[in-house]
Design a protein around this ligand. Structure first.
Ligand SMILES: *[C@@H]1O[C@H](CO)[C@@H](O)[C@H](O)[C@H]1NC(C)=O
Length: 292
């Protein structure tokens, strides 16, 4: 099967997407490590919450449970589960910060119930609160409540890095991700919210959801009675599929060129079964497409 150029380009970019991203192998930042530690701590809180609790409801059980709840024993149990023994950097951070965690557990957790905020943001200054970025934890573009209008990712959000600018989700553009990309139309817009919705597949640009709302038709479609209609490339005067014996199939917006069943594909022809076998039986002969 041979694909037209546009489809081939699509396949190529799909392949590039499937390759592992270079970030995947990056070491976690100090903020990510801190966040990981806090996540594990919170998990430890959940795991120890029901401990020493038989499920009954006796006065004795309630008393021991409430004592255990804020006990140093429970803290030690949580700390023990924080780092894998092989995770050197986690253990190093834990060792250096154990006193902080103990102080929080014994004295500060009522005043600062959010451990991430108290530990990673306020105390160690490794992270920023959600919606803020950079060394001084400034508000992201579009404000810390809904950075990038809720339509993008703020560079450095929640870390001490980045520049607070927006990387918009698909369909959105502009410094605050409030504008619609080509191929999308604005389906809702007020002071705080902007929603962009995909055009019909037949439109390159549009003002609404159907093929009658196109501003310009997409490649492979033509304007016909006020709507963009599919071009049947296979019935055009100029043949779309040019190899010998090749079949053409129209698809929405495009077409495919396919050799008939049992035919062998070569660069410039579909070779019928009998001829293909003959070629295979004489290995000294070069394959047809190099035989120029
Ligand atoms: C803007 O639209 C959003 C989404 O429909 C809605 O939740 C919000 O209340 C609207 N705001 C104003 C100011 O109209």
């Amino acid at each position: 099967m041979r694909l037209p150029r546009r489809a081939a380009l699509g396949l190529l970019s799909l392949l590039l997407l499937l390759l592992p991203a270079p970030e995947a192998a990056k070491k976690p930042t100090p903020c990510q490590r801190c966040r990981g530690l806090v996540d594990k701590f919170n998990q430890g809180l959940v795991d120890t919450a029901k401990k020493n609790f038989g499920g009954g409801n006796t006065a004795w059980e309630e008393k021991t449970l409430s004592k255990y709840e804020s006990s140093e024993i429970r803290l030690l149990e949580i700390l023990e589960g924080l780092c894998e023994s092989s995770d050197f950097e986690c253990n190093q951070m834990l060792e250096a910060q154990e006193e902080h965690l103990e102080a929080w557990w014994l004295q500060l957790k009522n005043e600062y119930p959010d451990l991430f905020e108290w530990f990673c943001v306020k105390t160690l200054k490794l992270c920023c609160s959600p919606g803020t970025y950079g060394p001084d934890c400034l508000a992201c573009q579009g404000g810390s409540q809904r950075p990038c209008s809720g339509n993008g990712h703020c560079s450095g959000d929640g870390s001490r890095q980045g520049d607070g600018s927006c990387r918009c989700h698909v369909g959105y553009q502009g410094p605050l991700c409030t504008d619609c990309m080509d191929g999308y139309f604005s389906s809702l817009r007020n002071e705080t919210h902007s929603v962009c919705t995909a055009c019909d597949e037949s439109c390159k640009t549009c003002s609404g959801p159907t093929n009658r709302d196109c501003g310009e038709c997409e490649v492979g479609w033509v304007l016909d009675e006020g709507a963009c209609a599919d071009v049947d490339e296979c019935s055009l005067a100029e043949k779309a599929c040019v190899r010998k014996n090749e079949n053409c199939y129209n698809t929405p917006g495009s077409y495919v060129c396919v050799c008939p069943d049992g035919f062998e594909e070569t660069e410039d022809a579909c070779v019928p079964p009998a001829e293909a076998e003959a070629t295979e039986e004489s290995p000294t002969q070069l394959p047809a497409h190099e035989d120029l």
